[in-house]
Design a protein around this ligand. Structure first.
Ligand code: DLL
Length: 445
């Protein structure tokens, strides 16, 4: 909408689309209502799946008189995309789709998403906004280590950064030593990658004898997987930058759904002129009170190729309408703890990998690499946390056993579960180049 506005500084804070980003709640809701009506009509008239679902629920786009009426419309889930594989959810003829992306499809069919020319423009706009929100500036050198290809991360950041006016280094993931050399030689100010890959970069740099804190790096834009505040502290210390969180998912857009600002670094501004956010109890499907933990549900407001109505993300979070010091008025999505299907239920206690991470990262004598192994003996589920010693610790079994005992005690007292702990020697946990595999479930084999 405001792509023709020049980017400018708002009260000292640089914004890409200040008028949209600081809109009053009243104006934002009025705009959402207009766009929501258009989206529901597009979905109903152009996508047979939505027509059938709306008809079954006994609702028509005309029934939407206020934003609250959206609650009468049916949810969309990931299997709806899979069932309509590959192009059945598109609201435009295939020839109008200029780009396809797809999930890796490790379980079943991949989910395919498509973009029209306008969608690509919208996407680069929300990404430019997200980058500026994180503190990136036109003219910065941006080292983009998100994976390029069918994954939306690499290309999503790439076009957003060009739109903002950055010099992009499209390095993708892998070949870490070379990445570090190029970051040092080119003098990148912004690093974009998953937090687990950032950790890998920090480790390899330390081995290469490169002090990342002395490089011009200013901002780390980390996302695409859950991470904790403990990890933020660790990454900021080792890389000498400000680490900000970025959230998104392919089914809605890719990255560019929500981004943290460098001003408060406390929750991600969800771009409400393009998406409508709800937070529901995944069991009752009813809204949870503002500020309480629930599943994030998103409706797109401007997507042409793939409109999404009440998409259940499975991501658990809280929404906050507390004003932010950066001046942006859009709702804040607090740190996404993880997908509800990543949640482990161990003898009645719910555990997210990110909770385990909060205990392990910064733990004296341990390195911040871990994996959770789920197994079954008879009818009993077992959870074993595998973690690694820090490089400068005694290389003895005795030391590792002592650490295992300490970790077991902390996990029990903070998360409330009893589990096995294996402390491995240096290099014992696989390193990540993209999204880290946090849970290895041997029960499924
Ligand atoms: O991961 C898009 C993206 C790319 C976001 C780069 C940010 C940066 P998908 O591959 O479709 O898309 O995976 C989406 O990843 O539903 C969450 O479960 C998880 N996720 C993404 N960002 C975060 C985050 C991209 N900041 C799925 N914190 C989502 C926690 C995240 N989980």
């Amino acid at each position: 909408m405001s792509s023709t506005q020049p980017a400018r500084r708002e009260a000292g804070v640089f914004m890409f689309e200040p008028a949209a980003e600081t809109m009053s709640r009243h104006d934002l809701n009025a705009l959402q209502l207009v766009r929501l009506k258009e989206t529901l009509e597009r979905a109903y008239n152009k996508v047979p799946h939505f027509k059938r679902k709306f008809d079954e629920a006994g609702v028509k786009p005309d029934d939407l008189k206020s934003l609250a009426d959206l609650a009468r419309f049916p949810f969309t889930i990931k299997t709806d995309l899979r069932d309509n594989y590959p192009f059945g959810m598109f609201a435009v003829p295939r020839e109008e789709i200029l780009r396809l992306h797809a999930s890796s499809g490790t379980t079943g069919r991949p989910t395919v998403v498509g973009y029209t020319s306008n969608d690509l423009r919208t996407w680069s706009g929300v990404m430019a906004r997200t980058l500026a929100c994180a503190g990136a500036l036109p003219g910065d050198i941006l080292h983009n280590a998100y994976g390029y290809g069918l994954f939306t991360g690499g290309i999503g950041f790439h076009y957003g950064a060009e739109r903002l006016g950055c010099t992009v280094v499209p390095i993708s993931g892998g070949m870490t030593e070379r990445q570090i050399t190029l970051m040092a030689d080119f003098g990148a100010q912004v690093l974009c990658c998953t937090p687990s890959y950032a950790l890998n970069i920090a480790e390899v740099a330390e081995k290469q004898g490169v002090d990342m804190r002395k490089l011009p790096l200013r901002i780390g834009m980390f996302g695409a997987e859950p991470w904790s505040d403990a990890m933020r502290v660790d990454l900021e210390k080792r890389l000498g930058l400000k680490a900000v969180d970025n959230y998104g998912l392919s089914e809605i857009m890719g990255p560019g759904v929500a981004g943290e600002c460098y001003v408060e670094q406390n929750g991600l501004h969800g771009w409400e002129d393009h998406y409508l956010f709800e937070c529901i109890d995944p069991n009752t499907l009813q809204p949870v009170p503002r500020g309480e933990l629930g599943e994030l549900v998103i409706t797109t407001l401007t997507k042409e190729a793939l409109p999404m109505v009440r998409y259940r993300t499975r991501d658990m979070t809280r929404l906050s309408e507390e004003p932010c010091a950066c001046g942006r008025t859009h709702v804040r999505i607090m740190r996404v703890t993880g997908r509800d299907d990543d949640m482990i239920i161990l003898r009645g206690v719910n555990v997210y990998p990110s909770q385990v991470e909060s205990v392990l990262v910064g733990f004296p004598g341990l390195a911040p690499y871990y994996q959770i192994i789920m197994s079954r003996e008879g009818s009993m589920d077992h959870m074993t946390i595998e973690v690694e010693v820090a490089p400068d610790t005694p290389p003895t079994d005795e030391f590792r056993k002592q650490k295992a005992g300490e970790v077991r005690h902390h996990i029990k007292s903070t998360i409330g579960v009893t589990c096995g702990i294996t402390v491995k020697p240096v290099g014992g946990i696989p390193r990540s180049e993209g999204k880290a595999v946090r849970v290895v479930d041997l029960r499924k084999k």
